[in-house]
Each structure stands twice: as structure tokens, then as C-alpha cells.
Design a protein around this ligand. Sequence first.
Ligand SMILES: [Zn+2]
Length: 251
Amino acid sequence: MGSYKDPAQEREYLSEIIEKPLITVHQVHSHIVYDVDEVYNELGSRETISYFRNRDGDGLVTSLDAVSLGVVTADCTPVVIIDETAGIYGIAHAGRRGVCDRIVPHLIDMMVAKGADVSHIYAWIGPHICGKCYETGVEIAQDFNSQFPETSTITTYGGPGVDMTKAIEQQLTNKYVLRKNIVESQLCTLEDERLYSYRRHVLSEGAYPNGRFFTIVAPHIAFDTVLSRAEEMNNKLAHEKTRDKIELLEL
Ligand SMILES: [Zn+2]
């Protein structure tokens, strides 16, 4: 998680902490997934970062230990999918439109095409706005529910909403990802103030910041190591009053 003030700079810091280039795409709520490997092998770290940053899409896949993949969200769902046996890693930005457009099934398809085995796949559904908070209006809720049965909700505000976790779960199990291999974060971005929430920002009329947080998948690196490097980075940058500290959460 980093400051929302300068995302490009924040990516640099995070790449340094992880010691792997952090690859991101220009997110557009689509089903578009990219395979990072060929581009990276051809262009190397720095060029690969800028190549993908300028591509419209919402999913990334790699089999390279040398890179890390990231998405930014604030209410939409970050989804991480890995097959450690095959050494294939994927990440997606899955908002309501992206889920309807099947970003997660597309991500799995690309991973399988690269050699992943669905029976070895683990999927993590990250923090997003929960079904009790995500009010959408009746039309959207009905449409969503006809595509993903039993996902419509009544929110705590009393109106119709949708449950993104359930919809993504359905897509994963429809792709034969084993139920026991699906891990769901129980955190709601709107309710948990450690996380950025676009809707909380709007509802609070700007009292909460309009930021986004990174979700990162980085093969073969210990979270403790990343934590201590983040600490060092924060100390090094402590004089910069304009930026937030880099805060890492293991979710
Ligand atoms: Zn909630």
C-alpha cells in the first residue's frame, strides 16, 4: 500500500523493496490479460514496466521469478491466482464490470495455456467492498444476479446491492478451481479504514482520501524480508513530508 499522490514513484519504491520490477497495467475494467514473459525477456525490467503501464487491461500472468505483478484497487476486487507447482502466477483487477466481462476466467485460461493445472491452483480474493456495503440500485443488482445466481443483497443502507465474493467464487469453481483452494479476505474496503475505499471517500465528501492500494504477487520472497525493507525505505524517506509511509499488510 502506498501514497496515492504519485503512483509512478510509489511503484519504484515498491519495486526496490521487493527487489523485482513491479509490472502493472493501465486498468480499464476489461477482460484483457497479458503474458509478461516474452516482453520481459526481450525488453528487460525498465522497458517492461513502461510497456505494460501504457497497455489497457486488467490481468497479468508470468512464470518468471524475476518480476512481480500488481494491481491497484479501492473497492474493486484484487484477485491473485497461483500454481506453485507449475510456477505460474497471475493477478487481476476485478470490479463489477470486469467480473461481468469474465476477467478472472480469462486469467485462468491464460495460466492453463502456459501450463498451470487447475487442480493445483490457489486463488485469493482480496479486500473489496462487501455485499452489505455495495449498493448498486435495483437494475444493476437484478442484471448481476441473473448472471451470477444468488448474489443480490440488501445492504445495510436498505437498498439492493451485489456480493462480489460470491460471483468470483462461482467463476473460479466453474473453472474447476477446488473450493478448498479458494481463500477469501474477510476485509471490506469501505468498513476497514486501513484500506482505501472510493465509496467511503465519496460518502465522506472527501474527508477520507481518494487513494488506491496495491496488491502484489511476487514469487519466492518472504513477507518478513519485504517488511524490513519497507521499514528501511520509510526511514530513508522520512524527511519527505509530502508522502505517506509505505504500509504493508499481510492479508
Ligand atoms: Zn462492507
